[in-house]
Design a protein around this ligand. Structure first.
Ligand code: BTN
Length: 234
C-alpha cells in the first residue's frame, strides 16, 4: 500500500481512473485540494485546502462483494467510527453521507472500473470536511474542527483506513451481517419517515431496517421495498 500525496489535482477519483494500471490494491491517492472535485449525481464537491480528499483503490477481495453500495457503506462506517472516537456524535445517512448536528461532513463516491465485463478495480473517493474556512455546498455542511476535533487530516486518514481495512476483511469473510448492528446504531433515520430517490422515482415511507445485505428496507404504507441503490433527501 502506498499513499500518493498530490498538492493539487482535478479529482483524486479521476486521477485513479486514468492511472488505474499503475496503481496497486490498497493504494491511496490524496490531494491537498481538488479543482474539479466530484460528488454523486454530477454534483461538485467543494475541495478547498483544509479538507481531506482521498481515493482508495481496491483490486483484490472484490469477488464476493455484490454491490458497490456495500463498499460505500463500509467507508461511511469507517468515517463515522473515526469521528465518534474523536467525540463527535456522528451519524450515517444511508448509503454514503456522514453527518453531525444534521449537517454533512463527509461524502463518498465509489466508482467501478471494468475490463470488458470483468470488474477490474473499485475506487472509493472520500471527502471529509476537516478545517476548511469555506465550503460551497447546497447542502448544510459542517467541519470536524468546528465540532471540536483537533486531529489533522493525515491522522484522521490513518484511522479511517485502519477501520475500513478491518471491516472490508470482515465483509469478505462473513458478509454484511456482523457489521449490521453497528451500522444500524449509527443510521440516523432508522424508524423515521424518509423521502427516497431511486432512479427517477420518488418514494415516501419509513426507513424500517437495514437488512443482512446492507439494503434499506422501506415500508411504504405496509408494503416493504428493498432498496439497493438510492438517495435519501435531507
Ligand atoms: C457526495 O457526497 O456526493 C460524494 C462526494 C465525494 C467527494 C470525494 S473527494 C475525493 C474524491 N474525489 C472526487 O472528485 N470525489 C471524491
Amino acid at each position: 500500500m502506498a499513499i500518493i500525496f498530490l498538492d493539487s489535482v482535478t479529482s483524486t477519483n479521476t486521477y485513479c481512473g486514468r492511472n488505474i494500471d499503475n496503481l496497486k490494491h490498497a493504494d491511496i491517492v490524496r490531494a491537498r485540494r481538488q479543482s474539479e472535485g466530484r460528488g454523486r449525481k454530477q454534483r461538485i464537491w467543494s475541495s478547498e485546502e483544509g479538507g481531506l480528499y482521498f481515493s482508495l483503490v481496491l483490486k483484490e477481495g472484490l469477488g464476493g462483494i455484490k454491490t458497490l453500495g456495500l463498499l460505500t457503506q463500509i467507508m461511511a462506517l469507517a468515517v463515522c467510527k473515526t469521528a465518534r472516537r474523536q467525540g463527535v456524535e456522528a451519524y450515517i445517512k444511508w448509503p454514503n453521507d456522514v453527518l453531525a448536528q444534521g449537517r454533512k461532513f463527509c461524502g463518498i463516491l465509489s466508482e467501478a472500473i471494468f475490463d470488458g465485463e470483468k470488474l477490474k478495480a473499485v475506487i472509493i473517493g472520500t471527502g471529509v470536511n476537516v478545517s476548511q474556512d469555506k465550503i460551497n455546498s447546497e447542502k448544510p455542511s459542517i467541519t470536524l474542527r468546528s465540532l471540536g476535533v483537533k486531529k489533522d487530516a493525515e491522522k484522521l486518514l490513518e484511522d479511517i483506513i485502519a477501520n475500513f481495512t478491518a471491516d472490508f476483511s470482515l465483509l469478505n469473510r462473513a458478509g454484511f451481517e456482523p457489521l449490521r448492528a453497528l451500522y444500524k446504531e449509527y443510521f440516523l433515520y432508522l424508524g423515521k419517515p424518509v423521502t427516497m430517490r431511486v432512479f427517477d422515482e420518488e418514494l415516501h415511507g419509513i426507513a424500517e431496517d437495514i437488512d443482512e445485505a446492507g439494503r434499506l428496507v422501506l415500508n411504504e404504507g405496509g408494503k416493504r421495498r428493498l432498496i439497493e441503490i438510492g438517495d435519501m433527501d435531507f
